[in-house]
Design a protein around this ligand. Structure first.
Ligand code: PLP
Length: 371
């Protein structure tokens, strides 16, 4: 199986590189001291070092379920399965449930494409429009696949968010078709103005809503979850058990202790404000220093996506990487041949000074015409 180009880029990036490539959170915002205290609390109880239930640590599932209910999406702890990152959630569903293939957005989240490929699940890609997936093609695709994997909030890679109308139309259509929704909410908490309703809330029995602590606490802990009906949770538990028995007990207990001691809301709000400021500076830097790049500003998430018309961005990134600057060419986000002139920039990982320097180098590479 071919490795993802993006993982290869990440392998050669050093601490001196300027990387707009990975979906890396800002490490400056990791709540290190609070984690240290939470780890002390967790480890003081030896059961946090023991094997534990496949479905996940009860008190953590309770907290996640309560948080859903608090925003009007009624959920109880038996409807939560803790996963080893939301990446594993995609693997579990792909391996356990998808028989006729799956409908995905184009461009698509690379990790999902890899998971579907690994499980031998055929993907049918439907182009994204400014307010979400193109409905006409989506309807045709769903009639056959009976399953869709969507990222309705600040999609990776495009940053696009679905309109309220499209969300409702998708839930209605999928229920008519008896289709299964896999709603990846990896970026849903990172909104700059308001939370959008989950599509899954309109079809709670036929959906898997995927959450993760990676973007709101720290990805190194590798803890995510699935919210689904009890019947659907049971359908994938056997796959979870076969893959890793359960997610790290200690990591779950650290997150639970952190949440118990600090709450979550204050920290998530700090991340939202910081990322919004970074997005504004990155957008302004791109407009000023790289005016050839055409893009819409996202209203949340971690990415700015757009294109430099007529430019082969894979060749461009090769030249930029010789000068230690990285981004992801858009062609990587298409299962087959995709648009050659698109680019995804991550804006959360780099500080303001390096943003300026990085975009200046990309602009120099472009204008030197050697790309
Ligand atoms: C859309 C999307 N889903 C899932 C993941 C995987 O995240 P996790 O760290 O929870 O496995 C990512 C990671 O970047 C992502 O962008």
């Amino acid at each position: 199986m071919k490795r993802q180009f993006i993982r290869e880029i990440l392998d050669v990036i050093t601490k001196d590189s300027i990387s707009f490539a990975g979906g890396l959170p800002d490490a400056e915002l990791f709540p290190v001291e609070a984690f240290r205290r939470a780890a002390d609390t967790a480890i003081a109880d030896p059961s946090s070092l023991q094997y534990s239930r496949s479905q996940g640590y009860g008190p953590l599932r309770d907290k996640i379920a309560r948080r859903y209910s608090d925003i009007g999406f009624e959920t109880h702890a038996e409807e939560i399965l803790i996963t080893t990152g939301s990446q594993q959630a995609i693997n579990l569903i792909a391996m356990g449930l998808l028989k006729n293939g799956v409908t995905v957005e184009l461009p698509a989240y690379l990790g999902a494409l890899s998971a579907f490929r690994l499980a031998g699940v055929a993907v049918d890609g439907i182009a994204l429009e400014e307010d979400g997936i193109g409905m006409e093609h989506f309807a045709r695709s769903i009639a056959y696949s009976k399953a869709a994997y969507l990222i309705p909030d600040f999609q990776n890679p495009t940053g696009i968010s679905y309109s309220a109308e499209k969300r409702r139309a998708i839930a209605e259509l999928m229920q008519q078709e008896g289709a299964l929704l896999i709603e990846d909410a990896a970026y849903s908490e990172l909104f700059f103005d308001r939370r959008m309703p989950a599509i899954s809330a309109d079809m709670p029995h036929d959906s898997f809503h995927l959450g993760s602590f990676s973007k709101i606490l720290a990805p190194g802990l590798r803890v995510g979850w699935i919210r689904a009906s009890e019947a659907n949770i049971r359908r994938i538990m056997a796959v979870k058990e076969a893959l890793d028995l359960h997610t790290s007990t200690l990591d779950q207990r650290i997150i639970d202790a952190y949440w118990q001691n600090n709450g979550l809301e204050g920290h998530i709000e700090t991340i939202r404000r910081s990322y919004e400021a970074k997005k504004c500076v990155m957008a302004e830097t791109l407009r000023t220093l790289l005016p050839e790049f055409e893009f819409n500003e996202p209203r949340g998430g971690m990415f700015i996506y757009g294109k430099i018309p007529g430019i082969d961005t894979k060749a461009l990134v090769g030249r930029c990487m010789e000068r230690d600057v990285a981004f992801v060419p858009g062609s990587e986000f298409y299962p087959e041949t995709g648009a050659l002139d698109e680019i995804r920039f991550n804006f959360t990982h780099t500080d303001f000074a390096r943003m300026q320097r990085g975009v200046t180098i990309i602009a120099d590479c472009l204008r030197e015409g050697s790309c």
